[in-house]
Write a protein that binds this ligand. Structure first.
Ligand code: FPP
Ligand code: MG
Length: 301
C-alpha cells in the first residue's frame, strides 16, 4: 500500500470537494489522532496488527484527500511513547509495520517527489530499534527537497518528551552562550520538533475519545478540535469533509484569539533577548545539528 492512495472519488464526493473549496477557507495544517484500530480489529475478528495495517491504508486515503482539497501540512500520531507499555507482541508488530511502510516509502520516492511530499518524523527516534531509526532517517533525507505538502509522522512522540528535549537542546547546544534571561516561549518553540510548522488549524481524533493524550499540547492551544465516534480504519471521505466544515464554522473566534496570542508572543520576544545575536546564532545551529544526526544514523551499519 502506497503512502498516497489512488482513491477513486464518486461524483458526489467530487462535487462536495469543489463546493467546500469555494465556500470557505481550507485549513493549512490538519493533525490526525488515529484512534480505534484495535476496537476495529476486535469488531472484525482480525488480528490487532491487521487493524493497524488497515489504519495505515486510511492514512494513505487521508493524505490523498488532503492533497486534493488543498491542505498543505498533515501531522499524524502514529506511535506514542506511552505505546511502549503495550505488549511486546503489539509493539514489535507496530515496528514491523513501520519498517514495511518506510521501506515502501523509499521505493516510491519519485512518486512523493511528483506530489512534492516531504516526510518528517517528529519524536524521539533514538528510542526506536536501530534499523528502524536508519529507515526513518533515510526517508526524511530522501524527501527533504520536497515542499508542497509536509507530512509529520509523530512516532515515539509525546508532548512532555518533546518539551523536555527542547530544554535539553538549549542546555546541551546553547553552550555558555545562552543565559537564563534568554529563555523565552519563542526560544523553546524554536527547539520543538515542529519548529518549522505553523500550529495545526484543525485536529481530528477518531473513536469517540475526547482527550489529547499528550499530543502536540504546546501547539494546539488555538486549534479547532474535532472529535468523531468513527473508528480510524472506518473513516470515510465524508467524515473528513465534516471535520473541514466544523473548522470553517468555528475558525472565526480562533483566528481572533490567534491574532492576540501572536501579538502577545511578539511582545514577549521583544522584551527577552530572542533577537540577540547569540540567541540567533544558537538557533541557526539547530537544523544543522539535526541534519548531521540524520546523516549519521542513515549511514550507520
Ligand atoms: C491507535 O489505535 C493507533 C495506534 C496506536 C497506531 C497507529 C498506527 C498506524 C495507523 C500505522 C501507522 C504507521 C506508519 C508507519 C505511519 P489503538 O491501538 O489505540 O486502538 P484502540 O483505541 O481501539 O485500542
Ligand atoms: Mg486507543
Amino acid at each position: 500500500m502506497s503512502w498516497v492512495s489512488d482513491y477513486q472519488y464518486s461524483l458526489a464526493e467530487r462535487i462536495a470537494m469543489r463546493t467546500l473549496r469555494i465556500c470557505g477557507q481550507i485549513p493549512h495544517h490538519v493533525a490526525f489522532v488515529m484512534d480505534g484500530n484495535r476496537r476495529f480489529a476486535r469488531s472484525q475478528h482480525i488480528d490487532k496488527i491487521e487493524g493497524h495495517s488497515r489504519g495505515f491504508e486510511k492514512l494513505a486515503d487521508c493524505l490523498r484527500w488532503c492533497l486534493d482539497v488543498g491542505v498543505r501540512e498533515v501531522t499524524t500520531f502514529a506511535f506514542s511513547i506511552e505505546n511502549f507499555k503495550r505488549s511486546s507482541e503489539e509493539v514489535d508488530g507496530l515496528f514491523n509495520l513501520a519498517r514495511e511502510k518506510f521501506a515502501r516509502l523509499l521505493q516510491e520516492v519519485a512518486r512523493l517527489e511528483e506530489h512534492g511530499i516531504r516526510i518528517r518524523v517528529i519524536g524521539n527516534i533514538e528510542l526506536l530499534p536501530l534499523d528502524l531509526q536508519k529507515l526513518v532517517a533515510t526517508a526524511m533525507l530522501s524527501t527533504e527537497r520536497n515542499d508542497k505538502l509536509f507530512l509529520n509522522v509523530a512516532f515515539a512522540y509525546t508532548s512532555h518528551d518533546e518539551i523536555t528535549q527542547a530544554v535539553e537542546t538549549v542546555l546541551r547546544h546553547g553552550n555558555e552562550d545562552i543565559e537564563a534571561a534568554d529563555i523565552s516561549e519563542r526560544l523553546l518553540e524554536e527547539c520543538l520538533y515542529t519548529r518549522h510548522s505553523p500550529p495545526p488549524d484543525l485536529v481530528f481524533r477518531t473513536s469517540g475519545e475526547t482527550r489529547l493524550s499528550d499530543f502536540m499540547m504546546w501547539q494546539l492551544s488555538t486549534s479547532v478540535l474535532y472529535f468523531s465516534n468513527v473508528l480510524w480504519p472506518q473513516i470515510t471521505f465524508w467524515h473528513f469533509l465534516a471535520s473541514i466544515l466544523a473548522y470553517q464554522r468555528d475558525r472565526w473566534q480562533l483566528d481572533d484569539f490567534r491574532r492576540r496570542e501572536r501579538m502577545h508572543s511578539l511582545e514577549l520576544a521583544k522584551t527577552s533577548h530572542f533577537y540577540s545575536e547569540r540567541v540567533q546564532k544558537f538557533l541557526a545551529t539547530i537544523d544543522e545539528d539535526r541534519r548531521k544526526l540524520l546523516v549519521r544514523v542513515a549511514a550507520a551499519n
